[in-house]
Design a protein around this ligand. Sequence first.
Ligand code: ATP
Ligand code: MG
Length: 392
Amino acid sequence: MSSFLNRLLNPRPNALGVEIGTSAIKVVALRPGSPPSLQHAVMVPTPIGSMRDGLVVEPQAVATELKNLLAEHRITNKFAVTAVPNQVAVTRNIMVPRMERKDLQEAIKWEAERYIPYPIDDVSLDFDLLDDLSTVPEDGQMEVVIAAAPTEAIARQIEVLRLAGLEPSIVDLKSFASLRALRGNLLGEHLTKSTLTGTNYTEAGEVALVMEIGASSSVINLVRGDRVLMARNINVSADDFTTALQKAFDLDFSAAEDVKLGYATATTPTEDEEDLLNFDMAREQYSPARVFEVIRPVLGDLITEIRRSLEFYRVQSGDVVIDRTFLAGGGAKLRGLAAAISDALGFRVEVASPWLTVQTDQANVDTGYLQANAPEFTVPLGLALRGVTNRG
Ligand code: ATP
Ligand code: MG
C-alpha cells in the first residue's frame, strides 16, 4: 500500500510513549480511538550510571535496554513520543495579543526570549493555547503556555530512541505528560460509567494539586480543570529516601533501595505493620520503626517544599483552596505517603489513577500489574496519549 493511502486509511498511527527515567525505562503502547486502547505497558531498570540529573549520559547503554525491552514484548510500533525532565526545562504562562495558532510560532520566540535563562538559539520552544480562540475578542489577549528546553538535551533523548530503532516524533515535558494521563482524575474524562465512582475526579471549578514524585525529580502542579495555575520543580524525590538509608546503614545504593521497598513507611509504623514487615530475621536491624526514623527528615523536607510552593503561589496569585491532591510517579508508592502528606497539610491526598483515560481490556498485560504500577506509568502513558491524539 502506498504510504499516502496508508495515511488516509490510518490517519493516526499506533504510538509509543517512552519515558527514560533515572530508575526505569518505561514504555506504553496505545492504539488510537475514543478512548485509545492500551496494548502494552512495560518497563526495565535503567542501567546504573547511564543518567545524570535526569538526562541520559550513556545513550548506547540505554538504547540497548530499550531495544531489548521492545523485542522481548514483541512491540513493533515505531512512532514514539518521549520527554525531557522538568529540571532542564522552563515553562511559563504568558499573555499575547490574539492571533492564529500558525502565527504564534514566531511571536512566541520573541516573547520567550524575555523569560528563558538560556541563549534563545540554544533552546527549542513549544507552546500551547490555553484559551479557546472563539472566546477571545478580536483585539483581546490570550493565554499561552510556553515550554523551552536546551536543544542539546532534546537531541540526547532523540538519539536514544533512534539507536533503539524507533522514530521519534514529539519531545514533550514530563510534567505535561503526567497531567495529560490524569485527565480522568482532573476532568472526569472517564472510559465507562463503571469506572466513574463520583469520588475519583475533581468537579468543575475545583483546584487539584498533582505531584509527580520520580526517582530523581519531582514536580508539583496546581491545576483547575485543564488549566495549569502553577508548576514548580521540587528538590526532594524518591531517591532521596534511598540515599538517607544508604548513609544511615552504610549500604550500597541498591541494597538501600531494597530496604526502602521492603520496610519503609511514611508514618510511624503500627504494631501490625511491624509484625508484617519485620518477618525477615536476618534483617531485624531494618525494623520499620528504625527505617522510619531515617527517612523522616526527607519526608519533612518534602512536606516543607509543598508548603513553600503553595505559599509562593498564594503570594503571587492570592489564596487558593486545594480540593484534591493526586500523587503520581514511583515515589507515590511509599507506604503511607498519601496519608502522611494529608495529615501534615490538612487536605485530601490520594494516589492518581492514570488508566481511567484508556481502554485496558485488550492489553497484553494483566490488570493487577497495571494497578500496582499505575504511578510509574503516568508519564509514559501521557506521552503515548499525545502520540495518538496529537492533543497538546
Ligand atoms: P525520574 O523521572 O525522576 O528520572 P523515574 O521515572 O525512573 O525517575 P519512577 O519510576 O517514577 O522514577 O519512580 C521510581 C522511584 O519510585 C524509585 O526511587 C523507587 O524506589 C520508588 N518506588 C517504587 N516503588 C516504591 C515503593 N513501593 N515504595 C517506595 N518507593 C518506591
Ligand atoms: Mg519519571
